[in-house]
Write a protein that binds this ligand. Sequence first.
Ligand SMILES: [Ca+2]
Length: 495
Amino acid sequence: MSIKIVSIVGSLLALNATAQTNVVQKLEKIKNATPRNVIFILTDDHRYDFMGFTGKVPWLETPNMDKLASEGAWFKNAFVTTSLCSPSRASILTGMYSHTHTIVDNQAPDPGNLTFFPQYLQGAGYQTAFFGKWHMGNDTDAPRPGFTHWESFRGQGEYYNPVMNIDGKQVIYKDSTYITDLLTEHTINWLKQRDKTKPFFVYLSHKAVHAGFLPAKRHKGRYKDKKYTLPVTYDQTKTGAYRDLKWPEWVAQQRISWHGVDYMYNSNADMNTMVQDYCETLLGVDESIGSVMDYLKKEGLDESTLVIYMGDNGFSWGEHGLIDKRHFYEESVKVPFLVRCPEIFKGGKVITKMVQNVDIAPTCLELAGLKKPENMPGYSIIQLLKGDETGWRDRIFYEYYWEYEFPMTPTMFGVRTDQYKYIRYQGIWDRNEFYDIQNDPNEIHNLIENPGLQPVIKKHLMDLNDWMEKTDGLKIPLKKNSNYRNTDFKHQKQY
Ligand SMILES: [Ca+2]
């Protein structure tokens, strides 16, 4: 790949307007620990089961993800705590829930008082580098705390001809430079030039595979004749069957909206074509993993470096008549999660215990020989990789806060165990949901009215209440906004 930099606008951008003033706490060290190199690869809106080896989409090829799974571990039950870009990214970087870090939606800026875990790594002598999508607020691409080297862009960025901020300098790429390839090449170049006397941490944060999907030119058309099999919950809000199944009304109403199958992104787009584009865009990410792994192997670092591949949230492709994310159904909240490190564990592992985005920070801290700070509720996954399930969580909690820009999806809270899922809505006159996901994995039969289950449902509600109370979640953080809601075709250009 040749990248031509046609113009460098040299002036140093103003330092981040939300520059952090907090002092980074010194973390306690783990005795006799040797700091390990870590590469964290994050993708955007890649759902958990769209990988070749799962068999979900028979024609989808992801050889490098498949290899990562067969040589490492596949966490089948990996979740985000909020299924949305900015809140999830903030949870990964801070190890905190959305209601604690307060970046509750895609407009919310960094409040300026957060510590991102790479700051702790820097304190432990690491070289750290960030490449790609940050997306906390849309106003700046300036370097954020915690990174020795910084390459990012504003908000969602662009698939082609991106404008990057590289260590404070604006660089404009032309000649059809493709963002996935650019980020990968720069990651490898940085690894080549790093100070080899120090451990490294790389955060490679892809823009792909976010909508509007644009694959690399070499992948365009690869799947043009392929058909996507619609999910079993595609039709019920059209036929009216959802009423007997006790689905909430908001789900039926969302069918004809920005996030529904009958008016996707307020257009008459064809789902099959969109799935093809999504899968073709994913091929670039898969190749990116391959390039990074090839570099590690060539350098003799592939046995010792811990590599994580993860998604920032899931994605619905027609389930419950919905597209995109935000809600607490499985395909929205589950993410791909692959880990490889032959020095720690033997490959081919499938781990079923539930892990979450808030586990990334404690995991990376442990790999750096540091004990996690008290404000991180997650756990290091290293014990699971070593086969120790002692004391691991048996439930996960979920929160999503209604966004003015996307009024179709209500505020919701939830709890999920291996057997049940309870979803409770706030600020809307509608029914809650309770599914037996062990016997009804497609979440078809809402059992919320089942008389015999009321004690079980109440127990889930009490667990949820306790979680919110204990984690200081009863004060919902509101954010100022003064936008039209562009996604609401019913109420256009209205404040
Ligand atoms: Ca996302």
